[in-house]
Design a binder for this molecule. Structure first.
Ligand code: SP5
Ligand code: ZN
Length: 345
């Protein structure tokens, strides 16, 4: 399987996120991508190529102009306001407040961001656009006829909506790739999100779309981030009624129950009958993940890849979460090898 990557991800390296009432070192860090790339090479997964630049156009298929303008200039505005280091919001337009972007950078950060764990650094815009380029470059390989590709995206993207970021991400790489595939003739896209967290951004982007299915297996938002989306009763609306499937699972869930949910998601995808599958590939379901509470083992990830291969459709893997540095490379590679092993045969 082909891997697409970019060295520009290094330009995004947040210092700290608000966790348990304190500022703690960011778990979403450059070493993640380095470890995954190292493992992909070690196991001989296939060619590794650099992303090509695709400019703003594919971003605008998913995000608003105002949001992109904000993101591109946010850190500059932060410095102009006399701050140093990473830009983080501290005040949000929640219930009973007006939904409009104010002038001051502090207010704009709150308007466009939904959490306090996603710092903007001086290089965040360049890294985030490079990740979107990685996803687009990999998507185009499918258009050219590759049966599968791996987009080694960093920062991740599935928490990012039309004009709102958070959850360690800034641009929704999987959604951008999905729209790129739609624009180039793939009539029906199924997004399968196996990250530990619900992909609230991806769900919101496609909630009313009949042509893009979103299915997610994740920790029950009643007890886990992102809390405010991803409940079982959310099934899509209007033209998209029935094209969203949420399978929340209790904290502590192990592989047997998790795999049963994967089976349900895969059957729903078969029924949707997509022309292409985009996998939001997070391995923070691993038992040793520092911020998560599922208990998948390293070997289980091969079975995940194998089951996804059973969908028997062109498949784009887009990297999302997974924060245990020592195993993140092997866990991601195991999914991809599991997939390849069963398609090669
Ligand atoms: C892409 C992705 O996986 N984003 C995840 C963002 C999660 N951010 C909130 C994490 C909260 C962690 N709380 C852990 C408490 C451990 N004491
Ligand atoms: Zn996650």
């Amino acid at each position: 399987m082909l891997t697409v990557c970019s060295t520009a991800h290094h330009l995004h390296h947040g210092t700290a996120e608000l966790t348990d009432g304190r500022m703690m070192a960011c778990v979403e860090r450059p070493e993640r991508a380095a470890r995954i790339l190292e493992r992909v090479r070690q196991v001989g997964l296939g060619d590794v190529i650099a992303a090509e630049a695709h400019g703003r156009e594919p971003l605008l298929r998913v995000h608003s102009t105002a949001y992109l303008d904000f993101l591109e200039t946010a850190h500059e505005a932060w410095l102009t306001a006399g701050r140093e280091g990473d830009a983080l919001p501290f005040c949000w337009p929640t219930r009973h407040l007006r939904q409009m972007p104010p002038e001051h950078i502090d207010g704009r950060l709150g308007y466009y961001c939904f959490d306090a764990g996603t710092p903007i650094t001086a290089g965040t815009w360049r890294a985030a656009t490079a990740a979107a380029d990685v996803a687009m470059t990999a998507a185009l390989k499918l258009i050219e006829g590759a049966p599968a590709a791996f987009a080694l995206c960093r920062p991740p993207g599935h928490h990012v909506a039309f004009d709102q970021y958070g959850g360690y991400g800034f641009l929704n790489n999987a959604a951008i790739a999905a729209e790129g595939l739609r624009d180039r003739g793939y009539a029906r896209v199924a997004i399968l999100d196996v990250d530990y967290h619900h992909g609230n951004g991806t769900q919101a982007i496609f909630y009313e779309r009949p042509d893009v299915f979103y299915g997610s297996i994740h920790a029950d938002p009643a007890h886990e981030f992102p809390y405010f989306l991803g409940h079982a009763e959310e099934r899509g609306e209007r033209a998209g009624a029935g094209t969203t499937l949420n399978l929340p699972l209790p904290l502590g869930t192990g592989f047997p129950a998790w795999f049963e949910a994967l089976e349900r998601a895969c059957r729903a995808i078969d029924e949707f009958d997509p022309t292409v599958v985009v996998v939001s590939l997070g391995v923070d379901t691993y038992r040793g993940d520092p911020i998560s509470q599922f208990t998948l083992d390293q070997d289980d990830f091969s079975s995940v890849g194998k089951r996804i291969a059973g969908l028997d459709r062109p498949t784009l893997f887009v990297l999302e979460g997974g924060y245990d540095i020592e195993t993140v490379g092997a866990n991601v590679a195991n999914v991809l090898i599991g997939f390849e092993g069963s398609t090669r045969a």
